[in-house]
Design a protein around this ligand. Sequence first.
Ligand SMILES: NC(=O)c1ccc[n+]([C@@H]2O[C@H](COP(=O)([O-])OP(=O)(O)OC[C@H]3O[C@@H](n4cnc5c(N)ncnc54)[C@H](OP(=O)(O)O)[C@@H]3O)[C@@H](O)[C@H]2O)c1
Length: 274
Amino acid sequence: MNQSTPSGFALVGPGRAGTAIATALVAAGEPCRAVAGRAPDAPSTTGTASALDTRATTVAAAGRAAPLVIIATPDAEIETVAATLAATLQPGALVVHLSGAHGLDALEPLATRRADVELGALHPLQTLTGGDDASVLAGAWAAVAGPPTVTRLAHRVGLRPFPIDDAARPAYHAAAVVASNHLVALLGQVERLAAAAGVPLAAFEPLVHTTLDHVFALGPAAALTGPVARGDVETVGRHLDVIADDERRAYTALADLAGRLAGRDEAALREVLA
Ligand SMILES: NC(=O)c1ccc[n+]([C@@H]2O[C@H](COP(=O)([O-])OP(=O)(O)OC[C@H]3O[C@@H](n4cnc5c(N)ncnc54)[C@H](OP(=O)(O)O)[C@@H]3O)[C@@H](O)[C@H]2O)c1
């Protein structure tokens, strides 16, 4: 894709990630030629097409509409969409999916049927909730695979691309899931434990922000404070005495990880966590 001569793109999958990438591409001067979703009249398809000032259409028609096609469907739909696109893509088109869990293998139906098209994967290492503006991508990293045009596409929307092999993807994506989704799940536990003490989640905001700042400034091991890092096993035991049964498994698993990070493996700690 040439930066100085915008050639346009089509979006298949008008959800959280697709809308963010499409909005950023339009802001970068790349016009959106078509949007396809589950159906041309599905609310997400018509709504996104209208927001991007383009038409809502079918997956097959989207393939015909532009030399760049972004697939932003749920992971399980990528292969089906790729098979549909095979019949209609422009010669020499670039097709890119946004999944972190899958590599170029997910585009196998195109690899076997359309030797003339380029295939890529571009996973924005960012959480996209649908309400964000395109600037949420600026400065975020992105795992890319495929020809140099995929790397240029990432730069175009302000991402910082790095290559990743298909073999390394499961571990990479697991790390991303822990960094974002599990962190959110953990803060859900913070909210429940705090509520039991009559304290609002908001009271923990400066603590959480400062903790994250320390992790990225000092590294996780040096950023760790608290009873496990201090070897204060009695305090850990007092927590376990009062927290609800259904919160205990997550607490002990994470206390165990804290012990590993702190290099603590005392019998007393192992005993209280057992
Ligand atoms: N969200 C993130 O934070 C994030 C970050 C990086 C990468 N990604 C990747 O982006 C991709 C999409 O994730 P998402 O979170 O954006 O999901 P999402 O919000 O659920 O969006 C998926 C979209 O695809 C549409 N769709 C479903 N099946 C389809 C089909 N067969 N043909 C065409 N459109 C179809 C859905 O239609 P309906 O609206 O009718 O349901 C929806 O608009 C995934 O590969 C994910 O790994 C997501």
